[in-house]
Ligand binder design. Structure first.
Ligand code: ZN
Length: 132
């Protein structure tokens, strides 16, 4: 298991973390198995999607903004980030990717991304590689 940090730059930020995860998988003891990527926060999500055309992520952001508008949530009286918590609940905080010969078996266009809905902040990600 390894942990690394990412510094997000704005309220909504998307950071491609595929290379960091690949480096951890390369150093792991297990050669074949499964790699879990988990973000340790309540207002972030892990996405696996196309990382070539940034417009896809803009489309996802546009949809999330429509689905989860700001400023109408009960939690907002505590820290004003109710919408961010709900987006995280919808998208999830972890994904698992198969590993073969110390390589992530991602498809050609797939990348692993950290989505921050309540940045800018330092965000911690745990990568666990299990297998043999
Ligand atoms: Zn909150």
């Amino acid at each position: 298991m390894e942990e690394f940090s990412v510094l997000t730059k704005s309220k909504w930020d998307l950071v491609n973390i595929t290379q960091q995860v690949r480096n951890i998988v390369k150093k792991a003891k297990a050669k074949n198995g499964i790699c879990n990527v988990f973000v340790r926060h309540t207002t972030c999500a892990i996405l696996i999607n196309e990382n070539d055309d940034p417009k896809i992520m803009e489309d996802i952001q546009d949809l999330l903004k429509k689905l989860v508008p700001e400023k109408v949530w009960k939690h907002n009286c505590i820290d004003e980030n109710g919408a961010a918590h709900i987006k995280t609940a919808l998208l999830g905080v972890s994904h698992s990717i198969p590993v073969k010969d110390k390589k992530l078996m991602l498809g050609r266009w797939q990348g692993i991304m950290l989505a921050d809905f309540d940045g800018p902040r330092q965000r911690k990600i745990i990568v666990t590689v299990a297998g043999e």
